[in-house]
Design a protein around this ligand. Structure first.
Ligand code: ADP
Ligand code: ADP
Length: 543
């Protein structure tokens, strides 16, 4: 079993859907004979944020191109004339989508879109951030948006000098500054820290609440999607083969069913295992051997424009140490100090450690095939052991024969994680492995990293902003605080409960538990639970 569909293999599903008696179930669109087919469309609603939750390659962009009137759906008729609006309207009469399609047909809908891969913006635009953004200022909201996302300091810089987190916020502003009826945001969160994610979510909500716009959001950070969306369409199927977009569900049920792996209305199992969260902080396991012990360290750049203070600590063998804190606070600097790539100003790091490092922005642009690239890193490449530990959980089989330069963001991320884990090292440093991975891939990558550390007497240090991923991944936490771009401070590593409390107290965010599934959900600021938990100092776990 591939683990995606159990009761119903995707290939059987295609056959069943294609049987003549299933004609009621024509796709919305099929790209060609035996090509990808999309079933169902999301239904954007005025004044609402509609979420789509599902894997990459499942037809989300196809759906949006249809809703944006960039592409006429063919209702599965790949030969002959396209069926035309009457047939399409007939198909959707009486559904949530009817109103929207009527407006679209009358030519009354304008659309603004934020692309998924913000890293590509510098290839498409030459000039400063301000020049790019001024073209988008259709509502007179630009300066307010720039200030609220905090990109003021970089507006006069050339676009190609911005970091991923800055580009992400520029792309968000460029989309939200437009005057459109329908906004489509393909992933808000990659490269943003939690504070920035919350701000992005708030801006999207405000456009729905205060301006009555329709917002459609694809998002894989479930804590943020939960906070943001009014309703959710789950997308399932088989990436690259077919995708089904369900009718809207309440956000809470949509996320719970997705995590549980079973869609209730559809009576459809979409995954063998359910994804579950522990309500109580894991007990700290017996202390293992120490891999690295570091003393108090300091490091500053330039004339002290940024300075970092690290309290001494130790990292244990076989553990996954989560690293949390805002962007620009010194997390990568610390990683480089450990890796011996930077010299501390004060203190000294044991330089005998072999460290494998996956940077935040993955640039592997050699003109080389994925298999050749990975084979150049490890002699274990292609052994059943390597396949089980690395290639299978990271689902590399489909990309092995592709060129590195042709990979999508999520594919490149998985190859980079594999490359890092394939090195023979004492310490594996992974900076934001969740970026551009869908929920399924995050969970698989998480267990690959965990298992790898356990089986190799190795240790992994994982920097990530997806709180669900950190929760699933880490044994202990290293918490950074301070003032981004000015000064950073790191405490010694602590247990999950203390670490989450310290980290979330800095952010002033508490989580409650979904009563049915135990899934952590962000509390409304100032709500009774929020106040009670802050008083008790319990920000995340319920013990
Ligand atoms: P998502 O946005 O969920 O990642 P897309 O809608 O971009 O998915 O693509 C879904 C599938 O449709 C992809 O596997 C892709 O191979 C296929 N596809 C997309 N555009 C075309 C096209 N113009 N012609 C043929 N196939 C396409
Ligand atoms: P994080 O990983 O937490 O995002 P970093 O360690 O990358 O933080 O950076 C911390 C601060 O140091 C940021 O303000 C960054 O701009 C600055 N910085 C990082 N590297 C350099 C460098 N080589 N020269 C000058 N400043 C730097």
């Amino acid at each position: 079993s591939c683990g995606i569909c159990v009761n119903k293999c995707p290939f059987d599903a295609i056959e069943i859907i294609n049987l003549p008696q299933e004609l009621d179930d024509d796709p919305v669109h099929r790209y060609g004979e035996n090509a990808f087919a999309l079933y169902g469309l999301p239904a954007p609603q005025e004044g609402q944020v509609t979420g789509i939750l599902g894997p990459n390659g499942i037809g989300k962009t196809t759906a949006v191109r249809i809703l944006a009137d960039e592409m006429a759906p063919n209702l599965g008729q790949v030969a002959g004339d396209p069926p035309g609006w009457e047939a399409i309207m007939d198909e959707y009469r009486g559904t949530e989508l009817q109103n929207y399609l009527e407006e679209l047909r009358a030519g009354d809908v304008t659309v603004a879109r934020k692309p998924q891969y913000v890293d590509q913006i510098p290839d498409q635009f030459d000039g400063t951030t301000r020049e790019l953004l001024e073209r988008t200022d259709e509502r007179g909201a630009l300066s307010d948006l720039i200030e609220r996302v905090g990109i003021g300091p970089v507006v006069d810089q050339d676009i190609d000098t911005l970091s991923g987190g800055e580009l992400q916020r520029v792309a968000l502003v460029a989309c939200l500054a437009r005057d459109a009826d329908f906004y489509f945001l393909d992933e808000l969160t990659p490269y943003l820290d939690i504070g920035q994610r919350m701000t992005a979510a708030r801006l999207v909500r405000e456009l729905a609440d205060e301006e009555d716009r329709s917002m459609l959001v694809v998002e894989h950070d479930l804590a943020i999607l939960d906070l943001l969306a009014d309703t959710i369409h789950v997308a399932y199927g088989s990436s690259g083969a077919f995708g089904v977009i369900t009718s809207p569900k309440s956000t809470k049920n949509g996320i719970n069913e997705y995590l549980g792996g079973f869609l209730e209305n559809e009576n459809m199992r979409i995954r063998q295992e359910s994804i579950t969260f522990e309500e109580h902080a894991p007990r700290q396991t017996a202390e293992g051997d120490v891999v690295v012990e570091y003393p108090d360290l300091t490091k500053s750049y330039g004339d002290g424009e940024f300075s970092l203070e690290v309290e001494g600590g130790e990292i244990q063998e076989n553990e996954v140490l989560g690293v949390v804190g805002p962007n620009g606070i010194g997390k990568s600097t610390f990683a480089q100090l450990l890796a011996g790539r930077l010299e501390p100003d004060e203190g000294e790091v044991d330089a005998d450690l072999d460290i494998a490092y996956k940077p935040q922005y993955v640039e592997i642009d050699q003109p080389m095939r994925v298999d050749a690239f990975l084979a150049s890193i490890t002699d274990d490449f292609g052994t059943s052991y390597w396949n089980t530990e690395i290639a299978d959980p990271l689902q590399l089989d489909r990309v092995m024969e592709q060129n590195l330069t042709d990979l999508s963001g999520g594919e490149r991320q998985r190859v980079a994680i594999a490359a890092c884990l394939s090195e023979d090292a004492d310490l594996y440093l992974l900076d934001e492995p969740s970026a551009h991975l869908d929920v399924e891939q995050r969970v698989r990558a998480t267990s690959a990293i965990r298992r790898y550390a356990e089986n190799h007497d190795a240790t992994a240090l994982v920097i990530d902003h997806d709180i669900y991923m950190v929760d699933l991944l880490a044994d202990r936490l290293l918490v950074f605080d301070g003032e981004p771009a000015e000064r950073g401070h790191a405490s010694p590593p602590v247990g999950m409960r203390d670490g989450m409390n310290e980290f979330l107290a800095n952010l002033d965010i508490t989580f409650r538990r979904d009563e049915r599934t135990g899934r952590p959900r962000i509390n409304k600021p100032g709500s009774q639970l929020d106040r009670e938990q802050k008083n008790a100092g319990e920000y995340y776990y319920s013990d």
